[in-house]
Ligand binder design. Sequence first.
Ligand code: CA
Length: 711
Amino acid sequence: MRVAEFRHATALALSLLLAACGGDQQDAAPSQARSAAGPELIPVADADWARHGNGYGEERFSPLNQINADNVDQLGLAWYLDLDTNRGQEATPIVIDGVIYISTAWSKVFALDAVSGRELWRFDPQVDRSRAALGCCGPVSRGVAVENGKVFLATYDGRLMALDAASGKVLWQELTIDLSKPYTITGAPRVVENRVIIGNGGAEFGVRGYVSAYDADSGELAWRFYTVPGDPSRPFENPILEKAAQTWTGEWWEIGGGGTAWDSFAYDPELGLLYIGVGNGSPWNPAVRSPGGGDNLFLSSIVAVKAATGEYAWHYQTTPGDAWDYTATQHLILTDLEIDGQTRKVILQAPKNGFFYVLDRETGEFLSGEPFIGINWASHIDPESGRPVVNPEAEYWKTGQPALVIPGFYGAHNWHPMSYSPDTGLVYIPALELGYPYAAEPEFELRQQAPNLGVDLAVGTLPDDPAVIQAFKDQTRGHLAAWDPVARKEVWRHQYAGPWNGGALSTGGNLVFQGSAAGFFHAFDATSGKALWEFPAQTGIVAAPSAFARDGVQYVAVMAGWGGTFPLLMGDLALVSGEVINRSRLLVFKLGGEVELPAPDMSRSQMADLSEVELDPAVVAQGAATYTNYCVGCHGSRAVGGGVVPDLRYSAFLQVPDGWLNVVIGGALKDRGMAAFDGVLNESDAEAIRAYVIDRNQYAQRTGDTSRLGR
Ligand code: CA
């Protein structure tokens, strides 16, 4: 099947891939938080949300039950805070002793009175915005850690900082990465045994993953665990890496190998084990990364190390020899489950590959793995070996054919945290339903300031055919799944129009909270899945909520704001849940809350009509290829914006060639997150990209897609 036929024949969700670029909207000044008095409530004792996932086990469960399935219809806004960036909000609010700590895009930190919303302090680490193009997924931050009077912040540009929790003053900071390599940090640090744990990202671009532990008091490096081996001609940093190196071939260290631990950790204080979720291979295509095959440890694995020393304890690899960006960086949950009449200490994960895993967390023993969405890359997990049985048709690097694989690189579950309720025994998974047509890049070329995947991104680009685009939109979906990890089956599901909905919170009030891409904050009955309440947040929500109680009142807090790789990259499919404004806010709810959000600005921008501009088809084709390799990851497939960074088809610079060059090559907007591509692209490349975007403008004129909310 030729590629063009393949594109038209497929009626499945897909997209296009990562690259560089980016631009920030104008920052707005944060407004004063507002509050209102509530009605009489049955008081509850003060309760914090002290850690990223609440407990060390990251259950994301709050036992609070003042807000419950019987009264949640009275839930309202207690206060809100407008934030000064709209590049995506992914942090879980941490709440300790009546203070909320959040981090925002560009790694800024706010400390706020949890009851009134009054700002106590703020801190801006002045992230180097020219590094925006070195991350796949926007300059987001998933939160801070707070312990013993210190706030620990990991910045997008690779620093780990300790701030005084009372004042926001910097106590220490350490650079955790080599700035000459495309590392970035978006994850939240964790503090265990007085050490601050932090990983990093960059496997799409070409790095070697590792996790570092710093002394919480001094900032001194305590240990570092590399998740993939380095050059075997040099000493291995850790004995286990010598064994891991036997599962690799070729010269993987030249590009890095990947295996970045960019999000999930969990800690068992009794066992003294830290669990690390390890990411995908770099490049994705295993024929490029490790030409002789092999499992490529510890890609796509859960690795347990001793928290005190970083010494290896055990691992379980979810996707041996990963070829599809199937990270195992997804949320890890520790709990005890009764399995076959025995209480087992387990670790739960729903990684990108679509299987829901239950492992023994003392030993790493595989207990079960069941698909939680319809998948086609593997038929099942062999219970004896714990290895997936892979569908040969999914092995695009062997067949030489594009393979429409489900799930695609977004996974069946991405970073949006799931939640486990010990009351219902269910895990609530923000699930994604979409595939991707993987095809090997005809000839691998290492690019600077761009993804290096070994996968042909042009194959994933939708054609200029509204019917085909609509067919893909119809099959790009998402849902909240309530999964029984013992019975290994879905108990209920709430279907959404699209994927990339928020993280989940379950509570003792028999509720599950989740925000949606469509701009609502929802509460469901945790047992039945019945939709009980929703709040129009006016903007897409991707972050996970937290819950706390202060002065007898329970609150639920969530960060609103659209962002992350899905809206940056997906183009036509990015707004499949509906077009919403992108407004970053912290929202805090309580029973009887009566604060109202101001009416949103629903004004629309109109695209200039460039239909009359004459274009050379050869230049447009060159521009399309360059755009696909360098720009698409931030500015969207087919140059269709997803509501986070400027939609280039609206750019005034399309008609000002010198201005365009000044931005793309000269870096005129680098302080706003649009990297300079001098030394990477030349003027002819930039001109060709401009021609391609004008061509996209002309296509939009033909199909009537010529206005956008807010820009
Ligand atoms: Ca990845």
